[in-house]
Design a protein around this ligand. Structure first.
Ligand code: ZN
Length: 161
């Protein structure tokens, strides 16, 4: 069956940045299963997968607006080191969970200079084109239970344990 809203889709994928560096891949492990049409993957990829079928291979280049968003400079802020008391060895590349005006958010430490720490609330892939190589492994209809939960059950999916 072709991929449509409420399909459970299983894919193998490799995600590269524009420099060709592999950011993420299912190649060495389990494929990814997701519920199609519910915003569980980035919009640009979800749209391209609609209508595809088992065995299809595709390469998709997703622009930032349909991926993890444009880079938003207003999400970058500098805070004094003492505002992060309790966190040891604050250093660039570290991810922190911060309480912001927009709710809880993961921020990345991008700079430590003297007593000031720069925090970036953008998704690490914001502003980047996403280059996916996809192979469709399986397509099936979602069960009522999966639709009510909004996610996949069973192999490769969500385990309520
Ligand atoms: Zn569930």
């Amino acid at each position: 069956m072709a991929i449509a809203p409420d399909s459970i889709v299983t894919i193998h994928y490799t995600l590269k940045d524009d420099a060709g560096t592999v950011i993420d891949s299912s190649a060495s492990g389990e494929p990814l299963a997701y519920l199609h049409g519910h915003g569980n993957i980035v919009p640009g990829l979800e749209r391209e997968l609609t209508g595809r079928d088992v065995g299809d291979k595709l390469s998709v280049r997703v622009p930032p607006a349909e991926g993890y968003g444009e880079y938003d400079k207003s999400l970058v802020q500098s805070v004094p080191r003492r505002a992060l008391r309790g966190i040891k060895d604050v250093r660039p590349g570290m991810h922190l969970h911060a309480q912001t005006e927009a709710g809880p958010r993961t921020v990345t430490v991008t700079r430590v200079a003297g007593d000031m720490v720069t925090l970036d609330g953008n998704h690490p892939l914001a502003g980047q084109h996403l280059n996916f190589d996809i192979q469709v492994e399986d397509v099936r209809q979602a069960t009522e239970e999966e639709l009510s939960h909004g996610h996949v059950h069973g192999p490769h999916g969500h385990d309520h344990g």
